[in-house]
Design a protein around this ligand. Sequence first.
Ligand SMILES: [Zn+2]
Length: 274
Amino acid sequence: MSGSATLKRVVREGVKHASKLADKLSPPPTGLTFLIYHRVGHGAGGQMDISPPTFTAQMDYLANNGRVISLDTALKELAGGEALVPGHVLTFDDGTDDWAEIVAPVLVDRQLPATFYVATEFIDQQQPFAHGGRPISWSGLRELRDSGIATIGSHTHRHLLLDRLPPAEIAEELDTSIDRLSAELQISVDHFCYPKAVPPSVVADRAVRSRFSSATLAGTRTNQLGSDPFSLSRSPIQAADQFKWFHLKAHGGLGLEDRSRQRLNQFRYRNERA
Ligand SMILES: [Zn+2]
């Protein structure tokens, strides 16, 4: 391992320990925890690519502890008047070929529902995602649709960061992705996920609310009764998350890690478009 990789790992672990301590001082409330995955066993490497044995162990844990519910069920529960029973919602971003080949079989085996947010231009053009992420095909997405566990939503067309786009381009990103998903998959596209979890401008927020019934960000917090369905918080699961970290995140913990990353991302993404 190179010196800079070792330093990164040490910093990452340090932030996780500090976040755990912060949770001890101010424990995260129980509620619905949404987890973010990107790729599983895709071979792209990096923090967004989880190994299949790790992913399977995480799904076994969730299947045997508490409950995993679909996004639609979660939205009903968050809006309902009943006391909220803690639970998990699984989400996957982007649209890589491991979804059909590796992820779906694990979820179907355990009957775990999940939501998959697709950036449609990458599928249309079979264009790789960042870090060499191979796109899934439309037929792979049809298989996923038919698996019985999947809700498929929009992640824009070109994976553009909506907070910095003019209104016409925001509308085009959203409408093109809705059109492509409904034409290829014959589904109604009700759910949206902001690329890189970058919060929207006022205009983008309005455009999303007028087209969808929910939108997800990051934030690493549980969602509570009455939470805004257009600003749902999710907890990103990273390759470096050993089981103890996954376990804390699965219960809404390690929010400090997310807040530190978001501050860093504001700087990292300042000149980016996608
Ligand atoms: Zn994405």
